[in-house]
Design a protein around this ligand. Structure first.
Ligand SMILES: Cc1ncc(COP(=O)(O)O)c(C=O)c1O
Length: 383
């Protein structure tokens, strides 16, 4: 793939949320990649449009996605998911709400480790499940879950933990022992985990491996609902399709009815078809993308060191998001500052629950990345 061809001019030709920026600006915010879609996905979608078949999904289409999901989990994560544990839904956030609503009484507090993917802070509370925010620990520069604080929150009445792995925004890919330690805390309280593994196909660091939380122990499997999707990895979030892997028998009993009655048919047909093609036929594409993201994640570190003195950044192990710590620079709202002074649009850390940070999406052409951070450095020097 010619990653350099995804220039701002090219990207501005079609409507994309990430590139909703003032003229001449650079979009480094919402979690979309600038790399288009895999050829096999484009081809299958074109075929559907050409045939005039944007219809309801057929049993063959859903069966193909089910098979592709099970094979992908087995091949990439060594995870043998049982047929009856897998459900197709429209999106991960909807799946979180569905899980909360059908497995916990309204008003039950839910632990959200912070920083967090923004909707976890808002939708939980908005839908009647108050978020208990538990900041992570900085362990010699490595973000870790604060298990003691999670323990206390569960002891105080929270009944679920929202885990994100790989983590958005910090990019951690948790080790086996970390996941196991979390599962022991959760189990002690008879609580449950919603494990958001939407970024699992996007592990980028050498030596890092995605370990599905539900695989670390039988107890973990029994208290977990896992959500994943091809939408981040293959850059098709607008196609509305996700997969729920419900290893908790108790949750399966509660969720099966509502999913069969409605939620299971809420996924969009193009999303179902494209996700099957992604998992089955587009593995080379994502591997090429991961290599580019790995290179960009390292380049971002070099550019930060060169242009943004005082800013801390740990090269992420997964996702395509850089989590930049501006606290030493005295910038309280760095995203607002850089939009105004560098015309680079990023996400404000406070929207993830941490002030003085900025989330930078580096899934862009290398030249754009250099331009963006160079501009940010200039703005900082002019301040
Ligand atoms: C961690 C995480 N979870 C969920 C989502 C959204 O998923 P969906 O569009 O399937 O609700 C995103 C999107 O960026 C994400 O980063």
């Amino acid at each position: 793939m010619d990653f350099a061809s995804f220039t701002p001019e090219y990207l501005q030709r079609a409507e994309r949320l990430k590139w909703q920026v003032p003229a001449g600006g650079i979009g480094a915010w919402v979690a979309e990649m600038d790399y288009g879609v895999a050829p096999a996905i484009a081809e299958v979608l074109r075929g559907m449009v050409d045939a005039g078949s944007l219809a309801y999904n057929t049993p063959r289409q859903t069966a193909a996605l089910r098979e592709a999901t099970l094979s992908f989990c087995a091949d990439r994560y060594d995870w043998q998911v049982a047929e009856d544990e897998l459900f197709i839904v429209s999106d991960v956030i909807g799946a979180l709400l569905l899980t909360l609503r059908h497995t916990l009484p309204a008003g039950t507090p839910v632990v959200v480790p912070t920083p967090a993917y923004m909707p976890f802070l808002s939708v939980t509370t908005a839908f009647g499940y108050p978020a208990v925010l538990v900041p992570g620990i900085d362990a010699d520069g490595e973000y870790q879950l604060d298990l003691d604080a999670i323990d206390s929150a569960l002891a105080a009445g929270a009944r679920a933990v929202v885990l994100t792995n790989p983590h958005n925004p910090v990019g951690r890919v948790y080790r086996h022992e970390e996941l196991l330690a979390l599962s022991e805390v959760v189990e002690r309280h008879g609580a449950q985990v919603f494990s958001d593994e939407i970024h699992a196909p996007l592990v980028i660091a050498e030596g890092a491996t995605h370990i599905p939380y539900a695989t670390v122990s039988e107890a973990a499997a029994a208290h977990t609902v896992t959500a994943t999707a091809a939408s981040k990895g293959w850059n098709i979030p607008g196609l509305k399709c996700a997969q729920l892997i419900v290893t908790s028998e108790a949750a399966r009993t509660e969720l099966r009815g509502p999913i069969q009655a409605y939620y299971g048919s809420s996924a969009a047909t193009p999303g179902i078809v494209a996700s099957a093609v992604a998992y089955r036929d587009s593995r080379d594409w994502i591997d090429e993308v991961r290599a580019q993201l790995r290179s960009n994640s390292i380049l971002l570190g070099e550019l930060v060191a060169e242009h943004l003195p005082g800013v801390r950044y740990n090269v992420p192990q997964g996702t395509y998001l850089g989590w930049l710590d501006f606290r030493e620079t005295g910038l309280e709202s760095p995203a607002e500052f850089f939009l105004k002074n560098a015309n680079v649009r990023c996400n404000e850390g406070i929207t993830c629950g941490a002030s003085g940070f900025l989330r930078f999406n580096f899934a862009m052409a290398e030249a754009t990345l250099r331009d963006a951070v160079g501009r940010m450095g200039e703005a900082l020097r002019r301040r």
